[in-house]
Design a protein around this ligand. Sequence first.
Ligand SMILES: Cc1cc2nc3c(=O)[nH]c(=O)nc-3n(C[C@H](O)[C@H](O)[C@H](O)COP(=O)(O)O)c2cc1C
Length: 185
Amino acid sequence: MTQSKQTRIGFLCGSLRTDSINQQLSKALQKKVKSAGGKTGVIDLGKYDLPLYHGDLKTPDNVKKLIRRIKGFDGVIVISPEYNGGLPPVLKNAIDWTSTVETGHISGPVYGIASCTPGPMSGIMVMRQIQFILMRLGADLVPVQVGCGGAANAFDKKGHLIAQPASMLADKLIAQMFGRIAARG
Ligand SMILES: Cc1cc2nc3c(=O)[nH]c(=O)nc-3n(C[C@H](O)[C@H](O)[C@H](O)COP(=O)(O)O)c2cc1C
């Protein structure tokens, strides 16, 4: 695809764990976005160190910083583990904190969703919940989601995503995001 300006895709992972399989998936998706001609950046929730939200707390400056960071991207891919069929607290907490300030960072970029699990189920429950929450906040979401089960055999030694249908779904998701971003002009 010819681009007058490089498409900027941000990667936001719901796991901060050092050996996270979702971070692995994020890195593999970053490789694919770069191969497709895009520019990548990481939205590292660990850097913002947000306290657990409750209504008596003053909004930390880092909430506004996180919003600004997300708004700097044309598209955002949320890659998340599934915890008991739902969202990990670090991700839900970031969505909740930022939504108390504004929702422009949700309704602005084009969003994609991905999840990686050790077992075969590939995070379908958490992806559905993330989809629901982001749509409720006005997100423009592409329909394809990248569910990657069986993490132990999903990547090659160089970190490329080799599992199917996950790799094919990732190519589709990226193509849909690039297409939607390009259509906006
Ligand atoms: C509290 C908790 C709940 C979990 N619940 C699920 C689950 O519902 N479905 C699932 O596939 N894996 C579940 N797991 C396993 C995670 O998928 C696994 O720990 C995974 O490696 C976490 O992602 P990460 O490696 O990116 O940190 C759970 C793990 C934890 C710690």
